[in-house]
Design a protein around this ligand. Structure first.
Ligand code: GLN
Length: 546
């Protein structure tokens, strides 16, 4: 029977709930248990696909093509699993499903209410993820903060689960904040007490309280929380801020949360095997030199908009023993050539991530030109690949009218276009190639070498509408663009590279989604490997390759 850990947040958002859930997942997996994770997002949007990245950060895409919250990416990276549509449920989805059933007449004229209909629909998803994944333990993270109006149906549903499946099969974990008062130099427990009271008001008594703080948490503070919140002292877990999120699993293990969960849920588990996390921590400590990488995007003011890209760079850095020094470069700020010089001079590598809409694409094209002309390693992800091709085609065809049909419908040279018969965007923004697709690698290419000689087919995550236009394949190939990977029928170009360049690679898929701290993505590794050979300062980096 599947057991559940329900995780709530108290006091403020951004307290590290997602990382805590992901870390507990990894601790349980390290004990030989099968784990799955579900995020409950209280907002009324059906999914984050059409939300502004400024509001929501990155949209993470699962293998089955769901557009989900960025926390799902953290679950995948930490636990090293692949999740599905069931891993991110929003209030919008719940209400839409209940209302659709009501319209179909499924309720036979009954009155539709939050309890039991909305909570019932939520609980169906708890059951579905357990059945689909066959997990021993499902971790369910309730988004938002206890006390938010939108969270209430979710809290009520998780409360009911204790009665539905039995006390021994359900554990409640509350992740909360101990604020620090600088004038008196102390951590205050009152907000924790209030947030636990708020949870109890909903009928939920936490079994474990994880307390995030920017300063060490004394025994006295733990005792006080234990006393006021009615939680055993060993179940008050200190979560002091650490320099890298990848230290959190080891910190939590040291604080005993792994054994506590196993014991409370009566799980039969092996001893934890955490050597891979110890290795990651030692790599992190060992990184003294750094590599400077510019990420040229349109939402760079909010790092969360490029969350997986930033993490994939860090993973590749760990592999190459380098800290990654990221400069976030606003794409639409690169409009003049002299801006390029001032913003990109001295960087050892450039990443152009994905994006939608015309703003900033000229800046990305200029960044690609700068990378090509100055032999700066470049990795283009989706839009970044499309603009790399547009830039190269402008150079080959000697016309700045070359463009993607997404941004210039009347261009005479649409090197990136919609396939004939491919439907245009509908009002929901839904007609996209989403999720895992296979890509056949061309042996001998730099990209194939990066994946490893024994790998010929890779599965990578997509989220785009436009494709490379095969009418230009031969001409660009003759000029030095190597098409290094294709869809199984050979029709879609999935990844390409420039032959006469140390590392200029573009992929139509989002390579960043499949990177893991212990298994960095080959294309990010290739970028960082080439970048570390570029001289750090000076306007003319020397040609690389060790
Ligand atoms: N806007 C482009 C397309 O739809 C690229 C999308 C992306 O970068 N994810 O094809």
């Amino acid at each position: 029977m599947t057991k559940y850990i329900f995780v709530t947040g108290g006091v403020v958002s951004s307290v590290g709930k997602g990382i805590t859930v992901a870390s507990i997942g990894t601790l349980l997996k390290s004990r030989g248990l099968k784990v799955s994770v579900q995020k409950l997002d209280p907002y009324l949007n059906v999914d984050p696909a059409t939300m502004s990245p400024y509001q929501h950060g990155e949209v993470f895409v699962t293998k089955d093509g769901a557009e989900t919250d960025l926390d799902v990416g953290n679950y995948e990276r930490f636990i090293d699993i692949e999740l599905t549509t069931e891993s991110d449920i929003t209030s919008g989805q719940i209400y839409s499903a209940v209302i659709a059933r009501e319209r179909r007449g499924d309720f036979l004229g009954g009155t539709i209410q939050v309890i039991p209909h909305v909570t019932g629909e939520i609980k169906e998803h708890f059951k579905k993820i357990a059945v689909d994944s066959g997990a021993d333990v499902v971790l369910v993270e309730v988004g938002g903060t206890v006390g938010d109006i939108e969270c209430q149906p979710f809290l009520e549903a998780i409360r009911q689960m204790r009665n539905d499946i039995g006390r021994d099969n359900v554990l409640y974990l509350h992740v909360t904040l101990l604020p620090y008062i600088a004038s008196t130099k102390e951590l205050k427990t009152k907000p924790v007490q209030h947030s636990v009271n708020e949870l109890r008001r909903m009928g939920i008594q936490p079994d474990i309280i994880a307390c995030r703080a920017d300063y060490p948490i004394s025994d006295g503070i733990r005792d006080k929380i234990s006393l006021f919140c009615d939680v055993e002292r060993q179940a008050v877990i200190p979560l002091t801020t650490v320099s890298s999120v990848y230290e959190v699993p080891l910190v939590l293990e040291k604080e005993g949360i792994g054994n506590l969960v196993v014991q409370r849920l009566g799980l039969s588990a092996a001893a934890p095997e955490l050597s891979c996390w110890q290795h990651i921590a030692s790599c992190n400590d060992g990184c003294e030199q750094s590599v400077s990488i510019a990420v040229v995007g349109k939402y760079v003011e909010l790092e969360d908009a490029y969350y997986s890209t930033r993490e994939a760079l860090r993973h590749a850095g760990l592999q190459h023993n380098r800290k990654i020094d990221i400069s976030w470069v606003q794409a639409d700020g690169l409009e003049k050539n002299n801006d390029i010089e001032s913003k990109l001079r001295g960087v050892q590598g450039i990443v152009a991530p994905g994006g939608f809409g015309a703003r900033g694409v000229d800046g990305v094209i200029r960044a690609a030109a700068y990378a090509r002309e100055n032999n700066i390693p470049y990795l283009g992800l989706c839009l970044g690949m499309q603009m790399m091709i547009v830039e190269f085609a402008r150079f080959v065809l000697k016309s700045d009218k070359v463009h993607s049909a997404e941004f210039a419908a009347d261009t005479p040279y649409p090197v990136i276009h919609l396939l004939s018969g491919q439907p245009a965007a509908d009002s929901n923004g839904g007609v996209m190639r989403l999720g895992n697709y296979p890509c056949y690698l061309l042996p001998g290419t730099r990209v194939a070498q990066a994946y490893g000689e024994d790998v010929s087919i890779v599965l990578e995550r997509h989220r785009h509408r436009f494709e490379f236009n095969n009418d230009y394949r031969q001409q660009l190939e003759e000029a030095g663009l190597v098409f290094s990977g294709f869809s199984p029928d050979g029709q879609l170009v999935e990844v390409c590279e420039l032959s006469d360049h140390p590392w200029m690679v573009g992929c139509h898929f989002h390579a960043e989604f499949r990177s893991r701290p212990n298994r960095p993505h080959p294309l990010f590794c290739g970028l960082v490997g080439a970048a570390k050979n570029v001289m750090r300062e000076g306007s003319q980096p020397t040609l690389p390759l060790d």
